[in-house]
Design a protein. Structure first.
Length: 467
């Protein structure tokens, strides 16, 4: 051949090669842009939110429409090329990109259509939640979608989707009413409770395993200004107990996030973020025990727009910073878990390191565990041991600290984890993947056997087929 073949990594994990003509044929089929290493735009296209991720795909296919997703799937299947799918690229482990494989990059697909009368939104998979919220809030509508505007709606929803509205309106996946999916055979399916209902069930918590979802239909809810913000106290056993008790008694309208941080003068502090979506006067009464606990270091709780609420945590998680994460589900904070958190808070490895507790309760906890693929339907916190740095040299120390803290907390937590908080599956192992899907795992295996028996979609918290 006049032109050498393109080296790739195959679905089996071994080196392979693709004829350059096949690559050029894919380039011609795409409405978007196909990038190889060395081409203009490749370096920025391979970067994701977590600056610690440094993967180098062989090909990055910018998808402009659903047919581009079909072309990527057919190409990956025909040439047995490792395939990953990018929406927002906000996953801790960088599962949106893969070394040596093909990235189906949906980040340019950002169309959204809001129907204010029906209170629904049809949104393409490249949207980030900040972009989604801006459009729905034009009509004073919203749905549960995370707590950071840079998060992609696709991965968030397909993994479950915690957020400020989960107590009142359920998770993101609970508000999904339909989806457009491209399967491993390249077939485009419309999925809802009435049509391809088995696949639709699986999308609600394990969706990355079954296809490329290019479009989502959501149920929206009236959401105007909320009572929300942050109150900061010195970190003590008493404030952690108060946070636990306060959250346990929270009405559906109130959702909390608690974060161990480095406070003023470099001392450990505890930030409680709250969002009350309901009557302001009632919200003020509900928040009174938290705000009157002691003299706070800071208190930004006020009536604010929902868009403002959604962006409140953005400064803490900027794109490009180096992040690591270990996670557990924990029902309540007991004395032992509090003592452990205090012990590790005393030696946070970097100023940006935190231990976070994101609440799931209310409507999200009252749905049956088998109603969606997301199984963790009980009051709990998603406990995130979450070091971060802007200096790559800090990485070994902060990773060691996170693993030790996570292990120390292990006796006090559930054998369960939120799949979107799961670190690299190679490190975590199959046991942790099973914990992410819980009692629904065996049913999900049957679904995987049906829709992806060759495990084309494997660069995720992977459910392995058994046929």
């Amino acid at each position: 051949m006049d032109v050498i073949d393109l080296p790739v990594v195959t679905t089996s994990g071994y080196p392979g090669a693709i004829p350059r003509k096949a690559v050029e044929d894919l380039r011609q089929k795409l409405g978007g842009r196909l990038l190889c290493a060395g081409e203009d735009g490749y370096e920025s296209a391979r970067r994701v939110w977590n600056g610690m991720v440094d993967k180098r795909p062989a090909l990055i296919a910018g998808c402009a429409n659903v047919q581009d997703a079909v072309a990527c799937i057919n190409f990956a299947r025909d040439y047995e090329v490792l395939l990953s799918v990018r929406g927002g690229g906000h996953n801790y482990a960088g599962k949106a990109v893969c070394d040596g494989g093909l990235v189906a990059d949906l980040s340019g697909m950002k169309r959204i259509l809001v129907d204010p009368l029906r209170r629904t939104a049809r949104a393409q998979a490249g949207l980030r939640l900040g972009e989604f919220d801006r459009e729905t809030q034009r009509f004073a509508l919203a749905t549960t979608l995370g707590v950071n505007t840079d998060t992609g709606i696709a991965g968030l929803t397909l993994g479950g989707g915690y957020g400020w509205l989960c107590g009142k309106h359920g998770l993101a996946c609970d508000n999904l009413i339909a989806a457009e999916v491209v399967t491993a055979t390249g077939e485009i399916l419309h999925c809802s409770a009435e049509e391809n209902g088995d696949l639709f069930w699986g999308l609600g918590g394990a969706g990355a395993n079954f296809g490329i979802v290019t479009e989502f239909d959501y149920c929206l809810h009236p959401v105007g200004p909320v009572l929300g913000g942050m109150i900061l106290y010195p970190l003590t056993e008493e404030i952690l107990r108060l946070f636990d008790e306060f959250s346990a008694s929270a009405p559906d309208e109130l959702t909390t996030v608690g974060v161990v941080v480095t406070g003023p003068q470099g001392k450990p502090a505890f930030a409680t973020f709250v969002c009350y979506c309901g009557d302001v006067a009632e919200g003020e009464r509900t928040l009174r025990p938290l705000r009157r606990f002691a003299n706070s270091l800071a208190d930004s709780i006020t009536v604010r727009s929902y868009l403002d609420m959604q962006s409140l945590l953005d400064p803490a998680w900027p794109p490009g910073r180096h992040y690591y994460n270990k996670a557990h589900n924990v029902r309540r904070l007991n004395k032992d878990s509090i003592d452990t958190m205090l012990q590790y808070a005393a030696k946070l490895p970097t100023p940006y390191t935190n231990i976070a507790l994101q609440q799931l309760h209310g409507v999200a906890a009252r749905i049956r565990p088998d109603q969606t693929a997301f199984p963790h339907r009980y009051d709990h916190f998603d406990l995130l041991v979450h070091p971060a740095t802007d200096d790559p040299a800090d990485a070994p120390n902060m990773i060691r600290w996170a693993r030790e803290c996570w292990e120390a907390l292990h006796p006090f937590v559930e054998p369960a984890v939120y799949v979107n908080a799961l670190e690299d599956g190679v490190e975590e192992g199959e046991r942790r993947v099973r914990e992410a899907y819980g009692a629904n795992y065996d049913r999900l295996v049957l679904l995987k056997n049906k829709y992806d028996p060759d495990n084309l979609f494997r660069t995720n918290s992977n459910i392995k087929p058994t046929i």
